[in-house]
Design a protein around this ligand. Sequence first.
Ligand code: GDP
Ligand code: MG
Length: 647
Amino acid sequence: MAASTALTSSKSYNDNIRPLLDAVDRLRHLKVTQEGIQLPTIVVVGDQSSGKSSVLESLAGISLPRGQGICTRVPLIMRLQGDSNSTRPSLHLEYGDKTVPTTENGITAAINDATVEIAGAGKGISDKPITLVVKKKSVPDLTLVDLPGITRVPVQGQPTDIYEQISKIIMEYIAPKESIILNVLSATVDFPTCESIRMSRQVDQLGERTLAVVTKSDKAPEGLLEKVTIDDVHIGLGYVCVRNRVGDETYDQARAEEERLFKSHPLLSQIDKSMIGIPVLAERLTQIQASIIAKCLPDIVKKIDDKLNRSMSELNSMPQNLATVADALKALIRIVKLVRDSLEKLLIRGEFDEFPNDDSLHGTARITEMLHKYSAKLPEKCPTTDKQFLIEEVRVMQEAKGIRLPNFLPRSAFLTLLKNKVDTISHMPRELVETIWAYIEKIAIQMMLRHCENHPQLKSAAQMAVHGLIDKMRGHSCKFVEDMVKMELVSDYTSNPDYLNSWVQLMKEERLFMEAIQDHSKPTKISLNAFGKVEVGHLRQHADVAGQAFDISMRLTAYWKTIKLRLVDGVALHILHAIKCLVEDELEAKLINELVGPKMAGVERMLIESPTTSAKRDRLKKSVELLRQSKDVVAGIMDRIISDGDK
Ligand code: GDP
Ligand code: MG
């Protein structure tokens, strides 16, 4: 009996540690790990049949399912609570939503039943845990997790990927730095060959949070002292050698037998007292547990706070669920207004405070750039396809010959030439308006989607509405610029006196030109202000029309400036006007029309929340609730730690 009472620590120690442990257990019970918050946990790992369940039995003083092959198929969280007042042990299991009371004799059957319920009757495994609560006189206050043993080779009836499945569960438990790894090693095996050593080293290379329990000391006492002294496998927290219950021994018999073994065995008795026996193991574990909880709690409190704040603000930023048609209509009108406001800022007023860093949305600036590019592309000088100076004009003049006085300039020739020139650039205004509307459509859809974010039901209708509207606008613009080009061809006209002035200037060189044509002794290369150096030798054979060709060419040159100005200014003002119409009138009407839909169907659709949104809302609500409870749990305990520290 002396051995069993040694498992309980002093009363005051337990009084201090118990509330901490309770808090952690309550957090575990709340499943706070679902929120990604890890709890300080002692995790028991070991190869199959290394004696994991036996160690837990020894610590708890109860019988657990033991045996050959895989016995533990789901994680078993064992909460031991020393209760000095109780005369009889009280045990119960918790799994899923169930709490099942049980007894010392019934425990094996109860765990097996629960395992079957969770992981099926076969040999499959699951990561859903069973919690076994043991309240008993003379047990240490400890919470440990027993995991399925690692097995390389599946036995008959086991899934073929059993090794991967078990490894995954084990890793999940031992990877967090808040976990203490209790590595159960059988004295009968070579430690470096243990699979459990290999796994724990993956997550705890230096062994800083690994403690080894060596079982079956009675079976392989030879060389055990050397094994635990040399420490081939880097166990940072040290070794404790034990002997568990064998066969039908009672718990007390087993402890007495252990004590006797380590005292009297010639080899085992040489191992230091601080490294032997279940009572030492219990003491070490309670100490480790207390220090890791004390170390982790402040961090846990902070994480709970952070998570709670994040979940709450996410929840608050979710759209309110709409209840009535009136609410939905209000929301819809608000969206339309927001889209309009955004577009007005981006496309008309040039205010980019909503997207200071996204240049692609700075509409007024980008559209101005497009216009500048277009203007630069339109030729500065009257375009000509001529290889030879004035030859195009000469040809047209020859075809315009008529029976009339020779010094009349035929207007038809001028218009023919004008058409040829304008044709070379007639596609440019159209290209410009198409580019601009494609750009506006992109921005408009982006704003639409952005403001519909909370009402995904509206997205496709909104997109269609914008698309349709921009299509219409583009159509108007194309018609407008086509008309502009056609107007240029109807007649040659400008009220701008600049035309006549430039023509007079250009004609000052007519003499120079005519001399080079008529006087064959003169050089055939002349320099003209508007054209630079030109060769005129080929025109001597067309001396009859050369003068008129020169005149007509100078008229076109003077007139081209006016045409270009009209094509740039006209398109620019048209675009500005069209954008204004779109944003200020058309958009609102079109969107409301399309989104409200026939018989308000669109508005009614808004009342039905999308499954993803409502699922997200539910998840956040649950998360907030859970974190609030967790916060209450730790708040109580932190107050205590602080006031204890003040004493
Ligand atoms: P688990 O698969 O790791 O849970 O291993 P068990 O606890 O089921 O033990 C496997 C076998 O080893 C059982 O038959 C136990 O009785 C036996 N065993 C465990 N510990 C000891 C020990 O210290 N000494 C002896 N002799 N047998 C032990
Ligand atoms: Mg087991």
